[in-house]
Design a binder for this molecule. Structure first.
Ligand SMILES: Nc1ncnc2c1ncn2[C@@H]1O[C@H](COP(=O)(O)OP(=O)(O)OP(=O)(O)O)[C@@H](O)[C@H]1O
Length: 223
């Protein structure tokens, strides 16, 4: 089953001059696949991820995720779609420091309101337990180590059972121990739970161990 399909995705930047950053990109991602997106700095990885994540709508071509055609939807529809279907893990985790770990994980689910607040709290504990940070649940998020904060960010990305997790340098800010931890978590999510993951990475070791490496060069997929 295909979770994501991009067809002939093309994008230009116009400042400081017209420049084609994405050149007719075709990409299909299957359920349970762990895909690393690699390539030299400036080849267009982050720009592509931004389009695939529906945050950038200024492109030509077609994008479909979880059977829904997303090209042409408005920002309000896309924001709801993202919250329900896409989990994000960034280099910098963007946890809210004034909230507890538990609250940070619960926020996307409270917004979605698919479950009651009590059920959401239980689910948040489940995800934190899965990631081995349940004992930190009631601490303010900024009192955790970098590696622990990234695990909380992954728990938050998982809270709405997304069809796909997208990561932009998800281990970019971590030491080698925590890079391994995050890789193992991603690997287990795909193996055991059939989670689909796309991660932009500069880390060759990380990429090599994933299921599939997609390499970009000069706005195109080359392998
Ligand atoms: N808002 C923008 N306006 C104009 N040019 C941009 C803009 N954002 C990115 N670019 C250019 O588009 C190209 C691709 O950028 P992008 O950030 O996608 O590359 P990348 O492969 O993710 O690089 P890195 O690995 O360094 O993060 C680069 O040449 C960059 O300078």
């Amino acid at each position: 089953m295909q979770v994501l399909k991009a067809h002939k995705v093309t994008k230009y930047f116009y400042e400081p001059e017209k420049f084609q950053v994405l050149k007719a990109i075709d990409l299909s991602v299957s359920k349970g696949e762990f895909l690393s997106l690699v390539g030299k700095s400036g080849c267009g990885k982050s720009t592509l991820l931004y389009v695939l994540s529906t945050m950038d709508t200024d492109y030509e071509g077609e994008l479909e995720i979880a059977g829904q055609r997303l090209t042409g939807k408005d920002q309000n529809q896309l924001s709801k779609f993202r919250n329900a279907h896409i989990g994000f893990v960034f280099q910098f985790h963007y946890l809210l420091p004034e909230f507890s770990v538990l609250q940070n994980v619960m926020i996307p689910a409270l917004k979605l309101a698919r479950y009651s607040p009590h059920e959401i709290e239980e689910r948040a504990y489940e995800k934190l337990t899965m990631l081995g940070v349940q004992e930190q649940a009631l601490k303010p998020s900024n009192k955790l180590s970098g590696g622990q904060q990234q695990r909380v960010a992954i728990a938050r990305a998982l809270i709405n059972d997304p069809d796909i997790i997208m990561g932009d340098e998800p281990t970019g800010n971590l030491d080698s121990y925590n890079t391994h931890v995050v890789f193992d978590i991603f690997n287990e999510l795909t193996q055991r739970y059939k989670q689909t993951i796309i991660a932009v990475t500069h880390d060759e070791e990380f990429a090599k161990k994933s299921d599939r490496i997609v390499e970009m060069s000069d706005g195109k997929i080359v392998s």
